[in-house]
Design a binder for this molecule. Structure first.
Ligand SMILES: [Mg+2]
Length: 107
């Protein structure tokens, strides 16, 4: 497993415990909508930054945290092992990158 995702399983498990202990149980569809809503809030701040508006970066960080938390809740409600999925995806990306690199070096 990639070193960068080794702790993700524990983080996801901890979020699941926290959510189950202190908040109302929700279905995956709720968390998927929440995730997209939070991503939209983050995108809206980026749009304002792109237009040159003065945006407090603490707000951007706060929205990024919302996106992360919503992703944890979504994956837990769908019983997805995000660490496993990210690891598999990184293997695919790295395989493709190395393949492309070797093809470039042939020419
Ligand atoms: Mg938010």
């Amino acid at each position: 497993m990639f070193d960068s995702v080794k702790n993700l399983k524990k983080i996801q498990t901890d979020f699941d415990k926290y959510q189950n202990n202190f908040f109302t149980k929700r279905n995956p569809e709720f968390f998927c909508l929440e995730l997209n809503g939070e991503a939209g809030e983050l995108a809206n701040l980026e749009k304002k930054l792109w237009k040159g508006k003065d945006i407090d970066f603490d707000l951007v960080a706060d929205e990024a945290a919302d996106v992360f938390i919503a992703l944890m809740n979504y994956c837990n409600s769908r019983e997805l092992d995000l660490a496993k999925s990210v690891n598999l995806k990184l293997i695919k990306i790295e395989t493709k990158r190395l393949d492309l690199k070797s093809k470039c070096e042939e020419y």
